[in-house]
Design a binder for this molecule. Structure first.
Ligand code: AGP
Length: 605
């Protein structure tokens, strides 16, 4: 996700735009820029943090009281000065900043190239500017509406239009956009923190609305160019609270951003029931594939274990899953024809990066599932699939984890189809189910209240267990990690069938055991395991699919989650586990976002 700002008033726009971008840096910071209406439209943009932009702006010193700005979380095109926003169209008609993902940008770009348009950047944003330019008929607003009709994907866009020197126009779909109402000045921003220093009177822009602001007015139009009422509301949030979207912590905000993170990740990969990977495997590579390694750390490793269950059952190829710090030193048996998959939110984890280099040196085909565009792991892989989860601030990963899971599902289905193990119809059915996940995750988030209630009891404990079987087992590992890394309660994730081989001796009266039982094929076995621990005094919190009957008799508490097909359940199961960890940590009065001893990216061995 990126941050956009706009200003029209009587003061110099440059300092207001840059200050606004500083307050949105948590949305992305690999490059930044502003455009100010001077005699012409002056663009100042630079790679890196806002300070770099400030240095450039001090030199150029653009004058003017109308402008737009952008701080970038790259999704298309390396994070450099050329790809930084704003982007000006070839004929200089429009200058534009954008937050979101245009899914059909290549199709539009190719069409514009045939019409003689030349592009400077690799971004989808520049395509929006050129589309506008190609449609411009002198009507700034009408052209914006026509441009929107051609875009597929998510966007919040702010534009300066040649000949409209006292106005900024904007539009949005699926990405946030807010208008701030001032006195002889008005503002645009992706998020409230950028506006709060100037005004608390805001208009929250809705999808498919088009905005025109001058210093004296705010106008809202629908897609028929009919003016709509502007309902100004007063925002009573501190700036800090606003940066967190009104949540107390970034982790909470990111937990509730998961429907969008998953949607933004899978939508570009699935078209009309078919899967389009953003890179190509060598010819016949998947058909002849005999061995897969998945290498990662922490939560990313748990994605690998989950993927193992899915890939081995559907693609029928052995999958070895390793924690990177072990893989790189155990002289793995890897060679040409093997596939090595590296999973990493940051794309900079030292052990994972070193393992990637080890696998490449041994001739394997390397691909990665990464959240940070053009990070080291992404750049050095033979192929990369990005999770478009946006910046993840909290040390405990949530939305990136869910996005990684979604990529694992799509990749598994792609390989099974390539090997002729699922039909076109089977692929369509599966991808349809994947596309339904964002809504189901949204429903799963309804367990927020029960997890908050249960956290009061859990917060009094020093030890806890998560048990499960089959596809639920790796989620036990993730649930345990989430809880222990931020609440400091010692937790263990265990195969439910393994407990009786020693660890069950630790179960005593009142020991909290989270029992995950969503795998129908193993439900009966899970019931036996739940009875085993319950009989020894455990306080059992069961996580089961909605509609599961009879579990109440042997569990102290039951959390019901929406149903999906067996191998998509991890995306729903993980939600209560994340919320249990979050609320328990809050109950314990600890810093949810910045747990002791940890860093967001472990770039050392
Ligand atoms: C996740 O909650 C942890 N903070 C940690 O285990 C993390 O998943 C691990 O360090 C891997 O990081 P990466 O995904 O950036 O490689």
């Amino acid at each position: 996700m990126c941050g956009i700002v706009g200003y029209v008033g009587e003061n110099e726009a440059t300092p207001i735009l840059i200050e606004g971008l500083r307050r949105l840096e948590y949305r992305g910071y690999d490059s930044a820029g502003i455009a100010v209406k001077d005699d012409d439209t002056v663009i100042v943009k630079e790679k890196g943090r806002i300070d770099n932009l400030q240095t450039c702006a001090d030199k150029v010193n653009p004058k003017g009281a109308v402008g737009i700005g952008h701080t970038r979380w790259a999704t298309h095109g390396v994070p450099d000065q050329i790809n930084a926003h704003p982007h000006k169209s070839m004929n200089g008609i429009v200058t534009l900043v954008h937050n979101g993902i245009i899914e059909n940008y290549m199709e539009l770009k190719n069409d514009l190239i045939t019409k003689g348009y030349e592009f400077k950047s690799e971004t989808d944003t520049e395509v929006i500017a050129q589309v506008y330019d190609s449609l411009f008929d002198g009507d700034a607003l009408g052209t914006l509406i026509k441009t929107a009709e051609r875009l597929k994907g998510s966007y919040a866009v702010a534009i300066l239009v040649k000949g409209y020197d006292d106005k900024v126009y904007a539009m949005k779909k699926d990405s946030p956009l807010i208008v701030g109402k001032g006195n002889k000045e008005n503002y645009l921003a992706s998020d409230i923190p950028a506006i709060l220093p100037y005004t608390r009177d805001c208009y929250i822009v809705n999808d498919d609305e088009f905005i025109e602001i001058s210093k004296n007015h705010i106008k809202v139009f629908n897609k028929d160019a009919n003016e709509k009422e502007v309902n100004i509301q007063t925002i009573n949030l501190s700036i800090d609270a606003a940066e967190k979207g009104g949540y107390d912590y970034f982790m909470a905000k990111e937990i509730f951003e998961q429907p969008k993170a998953v949607r933004d990740t899978v939508s570009p990969l699935i078209k009309d029931g078919k899967i389009q990977l953003p890179f190509e495997f060598p010819e016949h590579f998947i058909k002849n594939l005999k061995r897969i390694y998945i290498v990662a750390c922490g939560s990313a490793f748990h994605v690998g274990v989950t993927a193992k269950y899915i890939i081995e059952d559907t693609v029928r190829v052995p999958v070895m899953v390793d924690i990177a710090s072990e893989f790189r030193y155990r002289n793995p048996i890897i060679g040409k024809g093997d596939l090595c998959i590296f999973v990493s939110q940051s794309g900079e984890t030292a052990d994972t990066l070193a393992s990637l280099r080890e696998a490449k040196a041994r001739g394997a085909f390397t691909m990665s599932i990464v959240n940070v565009l053009f990070s080291s792991i992404a750049r050095e892989s033979d192929g990369v699939i990005y999770t478009n989860a946006g910046t993840e601030i909290a040390v405990a990963t949530t939305k990136a984890f869910s996005a990684q899971l979604a990529v694992a599902y799509v990749l598994s289905a792609y390989m099974a189809h390539e090997k002729g193990l699922i039909s076109d119809n089977g692929l369509k059915e599966f991808t349809d189910e994947v596309l339904q996940l964002p809504e189901k995750i949204k429903t799963a988030l309804d367990c927020d209240n029960i997890t908050k209630s249960l956290s009061k009891h859990i917060a009094t404990k020093e030890h806890m267990f998560f048990i499960g079987r089959g596809i639920d087992y790796p989620l036990c590992l993730e649930g345990a990690l989430k809880l222990k890394e931020i609440s400091y309660i010692h937790c263990e994730g265990y195969g439910a069938g393994e407990l009786k081989h020693g660890t069950i001796s630790l179960i005593e009266n009142g020991t909290v055991v989270v029992a995950i039982a969503t795998d129908d094929a193993l439900y009966g076995k899970m019931i036996s395991n739940i009875k085993e621990v319950h009989a020894r005094g455990a306080y059992v919190i069961a996580v089961v699919k909605e509609g599961t009957e009879g579990i109440e008799e042997m569990a102290n508490e039951v959390i019901y989650i929406p149903t999906s097909s067996r191998y998509l359940m991890p995306s729903l199961t993980v939600i209560p586990l994340q919320l249990l960890a979050y609320h328990t940590t809050v109950q314990r009065g600890l810093d949810v976002d910045k747990p002791r001893n940890l860093a967001k990216s472990v770039t050392v061995e």
